[in-house]
Design a protein around this ligand. Structure first.
Ligand code: FES
Length: 126
């Protein structure tokens, strides 16, 4: 199976991995294809325009290398973004930013953006 260099970099040295103890929002999503699970933690604050932004983000993934790489990339993509901007990030964009994923591993990218969206939805429901 051929992974891009970027996928391997994010898998070997994931960014924003771990738990955020004082998170404002948390989500858990599961992948129906393989049963893998991802948890996303968000710290939310305001920018200079008064918009709500993702100040900090962490993830924990019980999953394969592609799931870890996509989680890592998704957290990089949405950190510092407004909640509305983060809601627009798609799983496909995350996979493209990684230089693509092997076809058999595309379903692994379904967790990352979904977990971010779900955490934001949970936060907005509060
Ligand atoms: Fe389950 Fe990749 S095999 S997320």
């Amino acid at each position: 199976m051929q992974y891009s260099k970027k996928v391997l970099d994010h898998f070997i040295k994931p960014h924003n991995q771990g738990e955020l103890k004082d998170a404002d929002a948390v989500s858990t999503v599961g992948n129906p294809r393989c049963g893998d699970i991802m948890k996303m933690y968000l710290k939310i604050g305001k920018n200079e325009k008064g918009e709500e932004v993702i100040k900090d983000i962490r993830f924990q993934t019980l999953g394969c290398g592609a799931a870890i790489a996509t989680s890592s990339m998704a957290t990089d993509l949405v950190k510092g973004k407004t909640l509305d901007e983060a809601m627009r990030i798609t799983n496909q964009e995350v996979a493209e930013e990684l230089g693509g994923l092997p076809k058999t591993k595309l379903h692994c990218s379904n967790l990352a953006a979904d977990a971010v969206h779900k955490a934001i939805e949970n936060y907005r429901k509060k």
